[in-house]
Design a protein around this ligand. Structure first.
Ligand SMILES: CC(C)(COP(=O)(O)OP(=O)(O)OC[C@H]1O[C@@H](n2cnc3c(N)ncnc32)[C@H](O)[C@@H]1OP(=O)(O)O)[C@@H](O)C(=O)NCCC(=O)NCCS
Length: 172
């Protein structure tokens, strides 16, 4: 299995970032980025990510977070968003870590690597257990959480789309 270089986005990553976006095809842009929209320069999202990481200039209801991207030979294959703390939404439905691997790169172990890096980063911030959620039928995510020792809490209906969500605590 190939090892990813997992790190924050930098000033020299513009081409990789744009190519990474395309790899998601028609899927929601949030899987690649929360902060970039069409027409933005590369500097704008970098500034936002840096602010979010440091917890400055946060929009209402936003909490500090670190966005880690997984690079394979310079190509972005996925990302893991590490939330430094939980707000009301995250405490119920979002969780501490949110990861995604672009469709062409799935089932090669990259999701697992991003999840591991996210857990390590969260631990380095002083968090001792990660609150994790996944869709009832998201078997890949469910397996990753359970393989990491996730302790099942319960299942709830996410009111935003009526989907069944499983909730866990993963010791770090
Ligand atoms: C969930 C996701 C990140 C998994 O990424 P991935 O790179 O394919 O995951 P991995 O290759 O590391 O696989 C992790 C485990 O899940 C298993 N798995 C992967 N896809 C699977 C599938 N469709 N059905 C069942 N098991 C699956 C793998 O076999 C592996 O188990 P193993 O370690 O025993 O071999 C990816 O499918 C994705 O981005 N989905 C869309 C976004 C998403 O749902 N994110 C999670 C939100 S909770």
């Amino acid at each position: 299995m190939s090892n990813l270089a997992i790190r924050q986005l930098g000033p020299n990553d513009e081409r990789a970032f744009r190519a990474g976006l395309k790899a998601w095809g028609g899927e929601e842009r949030k899987w690649h980025t929360f902060v970039w929209t069409e027409g933005m320069t590369h500097e704008a999202p970098l500034r936002r990510l840096s602010d979010d990481f440091r917890g400055v200039n946060l929009e209402t209801d936003r909490i500090p977070h670190t966005m880690l991207y997984g690079f394979l030979d310079g190509v972005i294959v996925g990302r893991c968003s590490v939330r430094h703390e939980l707000n009301d939404f995250l405490r119920n439905f979002g969780g501490h870590l949110g990861y995604g691997v672009a469709p062409p790169f799935r089932r090669k172990g990259f999701g697992g690597q991003l999840f591991s890096a996210g857990r390590l980063h969260l631990k380095s911030l002083g968090v001792d257990r990660a609150f994790m959620t996944c869709g009832f039928d998201n078997f890949a995510s469910r397996k990753m959480i359970e393989d990491a020792g996730g302790i099942f809490q319960d299942e709830v209906v996410d009111p935003s789309d009526q989907s069944l969500t499983r909730r866990y605590w993963v010791p770090l």
